[in-house]
Design a protein around this ligand. Structure first.
Ligand SMILES: Nc1ncnc2c1ncn2[C@@H]1O[C@H](COP(=O)(O)OP(=O)(O)OP(=O)(O)O)[C@@H](O)[C@H]1O
Ligand SMILES: [Mg+2]
Length: 515
């Protein structure tokens, strides 16, 4: 029920300070029932912080919150939930060991008369919830065995299983492929018809234009403005975000002159041991990456992109491998990530939690972790060299941190992702495997990253770049390889690739070998 002004949620004068950082300063925000409000802004602008205040995750803030005309002072997430506010966090917080159903009903499990958990009823309720979302998932599967995109859908089912009036989504599509995004948008439409207000944080402009009724832009912890995304140009929105004019652009130009073959994959197939449900392992892949080339990997969720990259990085579950892989003309079959690194192969994973960030440790330490050996002389780290290396990476990637000494866990999501990237670059790889590397990175920083990738390629690096964002692949890559069912179904040079052609191949509506 809205209050007399028509507002469902009113936040007034919200200020939140972390040791030394003003994350939100005097923010006002009003949302009506049935409204989809986008929140956007650069990495570190304060979006997650503001929403954590609304969801009761952050309680030591200034300012007031009113829901349906009633003032609230949340003492924790449970209070916010009781007021009808649910949040899907940027970093998913599911329990990997528990099943899908157990995660959805965590802490509110249906009970039998004997007060034990009613497993059967719980599974049925979870299944119903998933069906309503249009998702096919076995409620009994362990969440840890699901792909990131699937886990995201479980989070959404979980948030919707309570009486929710306000649903906050912090970058919900960052890990979703196109088909799942459609599914999510359909759900959002249904919720909006039921009068649920949705707060939607995203860095993807085209999504915001498609689903948001209004877009509030944050800059340096403050509201820079609220606009109608349909009648405001992208240019204007970006200007509001960064406070200056900047293009959404890709750092590419002209066809790179590709060098010698760096990576040659022939008929690579893997049969993972044991039951690896949900994995699509390579099933006969042919692929070449030349030095100086950026090769895009496209495909729907479950097409096998992540599995291919993991196999090439030696990070896949052990299995029987057939076919051949050569790196620099020598056999390449890494027994693990360490062996891959030793051969000059770097990997940025789609799942930040598995990227090995030590959240309590300083930013600087996290950046130098894999490169430590190269910064040593006779086994001793040279502090000067380490500092310089860290400084260079922080500057190159525009990592926003009060200092390299602060724990990486205190950085905003996008800035954590940049740290992961910095660490890989510092190790000076020859071949860089990227799985959704720009996930959660803001528009300006993305443009810088694209430029950086092109510079690296010009220096002779080979890059294999998996992304669900087709405009990104089309903008950045020299060539696009499309996977489906663990096989290459198309391989097209940039000038012959289009969004339509890639999608058609990914969905199987063109014959094999097209283009
Ligand atoms: N727990 C924390 N301790 C210290 N500082 C923090 C903490 N959480 C956030 N901050 C700081 O508050 C500021 C705002 O961060 P926030 O996570 O709200 O940004 P964001 O807009 O969500 O960015 P992104 O798009 O990267 O997710 C940043 O400078 C961040 O480093
Ligand atoms: Mg955030």
């Amino acid at each position: 029920m809205p209050d007399s002004s028509g507002a469902l949620v009113t936040m007034t004068g919200i200020t939140k300070r972390f040791a030394g950082v003003l994350a939100c300063t005097d923010v006002d925000l009003t949302v009506r029932p049935g409204e989809v409000r986008a929140l956007l802004g650069e990495n570190g602008a304060g979006k997650s912080t503001l929403m954590n205040v609304l969801a009761g995750v952050i309680t030591d803030h200034e300012g007031t919150i009113t829901v349906a005309g009633r003032p609230h002072r949340f003492r924790g997430p449970a209070d916010a939930q009781a007021a009808g506010i649910a949040m899907i966090h940027q970093e998913l917080d599911l329990v990997p060991e528990l099943s899908v159903a157990e995660n959805i009903f965590l802490g509110r499990e249906p009970r039998t008369r004997l007060r034990t958990v009613d497993v059967r009823r719980m599974a049925a309720a979870a299944a119903a919830q998933l069906v309503e979302l249009g998702v096919e998932l076995d409620p009994n599967r362990a969440v840890g065995s699901l792909r990131v995109g699937e886990q995201q859908l479980v989070e959404i089912a979980k948030a919707l299983s309570t009486e929710t009036r306000v649903l906050i989504m912090d970058e919900p599509t960052a890990a979703l492929a196109d088909a799942e995004v459609r599914l999510l948008f359909a759900t959002i439409s249904r919720l909006r018809e039921r009068g649920v207000a949705i707060l939607y944080i995203s860095h993807r402009m085209e999504e915001i234009e498609e689903i948001a009724d209004g877009a509030t832009v944050m800059r340096n912890g403050q509201v820079a403005g609220t606009v109608d995304p349909r009648s405001t140009s992208r240019q204007e929105v970006i200007e509001l975000m960064v406070g200056r004019a900047e293009d959404e652009q890709f750092g590419t130009d002209g066809d790179a002159t590709a060098g010698p073959v760096l990576l040659e994959v022939r008929d690579l197939a893997v049969q993972a041991k044991g039951r690896q449900s949900g994995r699509t392992d390579p099933a006969g892949i042919d692929l070449t990456v030349r030095a100086g080339e950026i090769v895009g990997l496209a495909g729907l969720m479950g097409a096998g992109r992540t599995e291919l990259l993991e196999t090439l990085y030696g990070a896949a579950p052990p299995g029987r491998r057939t076919g051949s892989v050569q790196l620099d003309g020598r056999d390449y079959a890494p027994s693990g990530p360490r062996a891959a690194l030793a051969r000059g192969v770097g990997f940025v994973s789609e799942d930040r939690r598995r990227s090995g960030l030590q959240l309590q440790h300083p930013v600087g330490h996290n950046i130098v972790l894999t490169a430590l050996r190269s910064l040593c002389t006779a086994g001793v780290v040279r502090p000067g060299r380490e500092r310089r290396a860290v400084h260079e990476q922080v500057a190159a990637l525009g990592i926003k941190a009060a200092s390299p000494a602060v724990p990486v866990g205190t950085l905003s999501g996008g800035n954590q992702q940049k740290v992961v990237f910095a660490r890989q670059l510092l190790a000076r790889p020859r071949l860089l495997l990227l799985d959704e590397p720009t996930r959660g990175i803001d528009v300006g920083a993305k443009a810088e990253l694209y430029r950086l990738l092109r510079t690296l390629a010009d220096d002779g690096l080979g890059i294999l770049f998996a992304s669900s964002e087709l405009p990104e692949l089309l903008g950045v890559c020299d060539r696009i390889v499309v996977l489906r069912g663990g096989k290459v179904v198309a391989d097209m040079p940039r000038h012959r690739a289009s969004q339509g052609a890639v999608l058609a191949a990914a969905m199987g509506s063109t014959p094999k070998g097209q283009a």
